[in-house]
Design a protein around this ligand. Structure first.
Ligand code: AMP
Length: 423
């Protein structure tokens, strides 16, 4: 199936071609025709499935077809509500790419920065607004934005809105929308509260579900390292020194932990930057840009900051700390192996994290293959072993590190009692 077969118009097809997409992803195949028919949609899909294009492409086509001239001030026609500024920026970048030949005007607004340029742009006339809830409500309360002309409303990452405590804001925003509109609702998971919210705002929606959150993509190889807490630092630097890791997103549980990892990596001569809520908006954008430009090799992030970060061809994800919510593991490793590329996820697990590992195994329904450190303790790299971490199709790769890290042999494939590496 091609994009051409989805009844897309030339300005959109041309932009998609320039973006380099040739085949629609499953969610795009299912959602685009329904949205073009002006149906409401309930999409259960995680990031990495191509869901942004699945809603953005048909929205742009509908708005373009109905446009009666250039955007008028105060006449917003479409709203995409998303939980984080990083995600908002990325969605707008996608809108820019797919909509470049439509002449539609779009804007992204989020908090933590001056509202002045945002308000100036709104005054010049905007068709499509991408927003985070707080800044949107703020500008609505100042009567700088009205939602009364919205034709299409997208609620993106609804479950994350709930996690981040934004559901009340979201409900408030929904009361400002006109009753007659098209609504597209996306969530990676469907907890009861989210299902209830969906039921109240959607009209006879078509439901599209791709890759349930409990399943990890086949394109991501996974490897588990049992390691003592104090040795995680050495393990990380060794992995980065010995593996062909081009771009790596490292997850820590805390902001402080992220800063500490960056310091350790810099000391080891590895370029790294942290991205988390304590960093200014500018610092976060700078870190993200350097990472995308490959000036920085490692980006260290907390879950909330990393949510929705979209980096083409991210080769590796490293869970420096295991997440305490098992779904987060699936989200994290879904940052790599996207859009048909292969990726690799290494996870460190210390003794205190064993309960988290148990929950993850229960969710994904299989044990994460355990890296056999001894392979690398006994054989120096280049001594005939397959390169550790080199992508293989079957998803079970060897992992390893040098004797420098002092790693012990680990149990086979998740069974038995783990031995945690010690110095
Ligand atoms: P998303 O799930 O929207 O975060 O998208 C994940 C990644 O897939 C992004 O880097 C998109 O640019 C990319 N992508 C989306 N649709 C396609 C497609 N049809 N072909 C290739 N890449 C795509």
């Amino acid at each position: 199936m091609s994009f051409e077969s989805l009844n897309l118009t030339e300005p959109i097809i041309k932009a998609i071609r320039e973006k380099g997409y040739t085949t629609p992803t499953p969610i795009q195949l299912r959602a685009i025709p329904e949205i073009l028919q002006e149906r409401d949609l309930l999409g259960c899909a995680q990031t990495g499935t191509g869901k942004t294009a699945a809603f953005a492409i048909p929205m742009l086509q509908l708005l373009h077809a109905r446009a009666k001239g250039p955007a008028r001030a105060g006449h917003l026609r479409a709203l995409i509500l998303t939980p984080t500024r990083e995600l908002a920026i990325q969605i707008e970048e996608n809108i820019q790419a797919y909509g470049k030949y439509t002449g539609l005007r779009h804007l992204v607004i989020f908090g933590g920065v001056s509202q002045v340029p945002q308000v100036d742009s709104l005054r010049r006339g905007i068709d499509l607004l991408v927003a985070t809830p707080g800044r949107l409500l703020d500008l609505i309360s100042q009567r700088l934005i009205s939602l009364s002309d919205i034709e299409i409303f997208v609620l993106d990452e609804a479950d994350r809105m709930l996690d981040m405590g934004f559901v009340h804001d979201v409900k408030k925003i929904i009361t400002k929308l006109p009753h007659i509109r098209q609504t597209l609702f996306f969530s990676a998971t469907m907890p009861l509260e989210i299902q209830k919210l969906a039921d109240t705002i959607l009209r006879n929606p078509v439901q599209v579900e791709v890759t349930p959150v409990s399943s990890t993509a086949d394109t991501v190889g996974q490897s588990l390292y049992f390691v003592e807490k104090n040795n995680k630092r050495v393990l990380l630097t060794n992995l980065l020194k010995e593996h062909a890791i081009e771009t790596c997103l490292v997850f820590t549980r805390t902001k402080h932990g992220a800063d500490k990892v960056v310091k350790d990596l810099l000391r080891a001569g590895i370029t790294a930057e942290a991205i988390h809520g304590n960093k200014s908006q500018n610092a976060r954008q700078r870190a993200l840009s350097s990472f995308k430009a490959r000036t920085t090799r490692v980006l260290v992030a907390t879950d909330i900051a990393a949510r929705g970060i979209d980096i083409d061809e991210l080769t590796h994800v490293i869970n420096y700390d295991l997440p305490n919510i098992p779904e987060t593991y699936v989200h994290r490793i879904g940052r790599t192996g996207r859009a048909g590329n292969e990726g690799m996820a290494f996870s460190f697990c210390d003794a205190e994290e064993m309960p988290y590992l148990k929950d993850i195994h229960k969710l994904i329904g299989k044990p994460i293959p355990v890296a056999d450190h001894s392979l690398h303790v006994n054989h120096a790299p280049g001594s005939g072993n397959a390169a550790p971490g080199a992508p293989q199709r079957n998803g079970s790769r060897q992992g390893g590190t040098s004797s420098q890290g002092g790693f012990r042999r680990s149990p086979q494939q998740g069974g038995g009692r783990p031995q945690f590496s010690r110095h």
